[in-house]
Design a protein around this ligand. Structure first.
Ligand code: PGA
Length: 255
């Protein structure tokens, strides 16, 4: 039996960020969510523009639905035009933030050191990072998977002892492409990640590791059955509330 907490996490990216779209989105939620489960957490990460509205709406539906942010600036305050600080999201009652997402690594050139600064700042404020790692197709084809993940984990978690974080393995080639990693790849890689975590001073068995990359309601059942998969970080399929809630129910049934 798996004892780690399971997560069903939506990443809206730059979608559904208006008031009307967001309230429409949450309409089916009250019918679907089991009220008294502690072994699975559902977290929805909308754009900043509607984050307060999302917290208000979901707190009325069910306290087990949490709202996450998609990004954070690692500095406390200052001249960082366009950025959002940890104090600001704390004020919005946010307890989860995605870090290290491959889109932020590739488009906004975030490196492992900067991601480490974000992870440290979040954990020291008691906010859980949803820390994403994963290899590109090129790194996979050059047999650099372990090297890449070890670097992302070692630098990304440098000077961190708090294990309140959530990890998401998201092979870059599977994100938004419709190409889900195979059961064998996911099983091998999640095990590899747990071993690396043990090597760098964490208890690899205790940290929830999610899979992300083209998860949908058709493949979720097979993926959640894998021993080391503790839930999903979902992009495209999370934009349709019913589709996302179907995936939530698949995870719940697996517990
Ligand atoms: P996807 O995105 O589900 O659309 O592949 C996952 C992610 O970017 O976290």
């Amino acid at each position: 039996m798996k004892s780690r907490i399971k997560y069903c996490i939506a990443n809206f990216k730059m979608n559904l960020g208006t008031k009307s779209k967001l309230s429409e989105y949450f309409k089916p939620f009250d019918k679907y969510i089991d009220t008294d489960t502690d072994s699975i957490k559902i977290i929805v990460s909308p754009p900043f523009t509607v984050i307060n509205q999302a917290v208000d709406l979901t707190s009325k539906i069910n306290k087990n639905i949490k709202i996450g942010a998609q990004n954070i600036n690692e500095n406390v305050s200052g001249a960082y035009t366009g950025e959002i600080s940890i104090d600001m999201i704390k004020d919005c009652r946010i307890n989860y933030v995605i870090t290290g997402h491959s889109e932020r690594r590739s488009i906004y050139k975030e490196n492992n050191k900067q991601i480490n600064a974000k992870n440290r700042a979040l954990l020291s404020n008691n906010i859980a990072p949803i820390f994403c790692i994963g290899e590109t197709l090129e790194q996979r084809s050059k047999n650099l998977i372990e090297k890449t993940l070890r670097e992302q984990l070692t630098i990304g978690l440098n000077n961190i002892s708090n294990s309140k974080l959530i990890l998401a393995y998201e092979p870059v080639w599977a994100i938004g492409t419709g190409k889900t990693a195979t059961a064998e790849i996911i099983t091998d890689t999640h095990l590899m990640i747990r071993n690396i975590l043990n090597d760098i001073g964490f208890d690899g068995q205790k940290i929830s590791i999610l899979y992300g990359g083209s998860v949908n309601r058709n493949n979720a059942k097979d993926l959640i059955a894998l021993a080391d998969v503790d839930g999903f970080l979902i992009g495209g399929a999370s934009l349709d509330a019913k589709h996302f809630l179907d995936i939530y129910n698949i995870i719940e049934e697996s517990i």
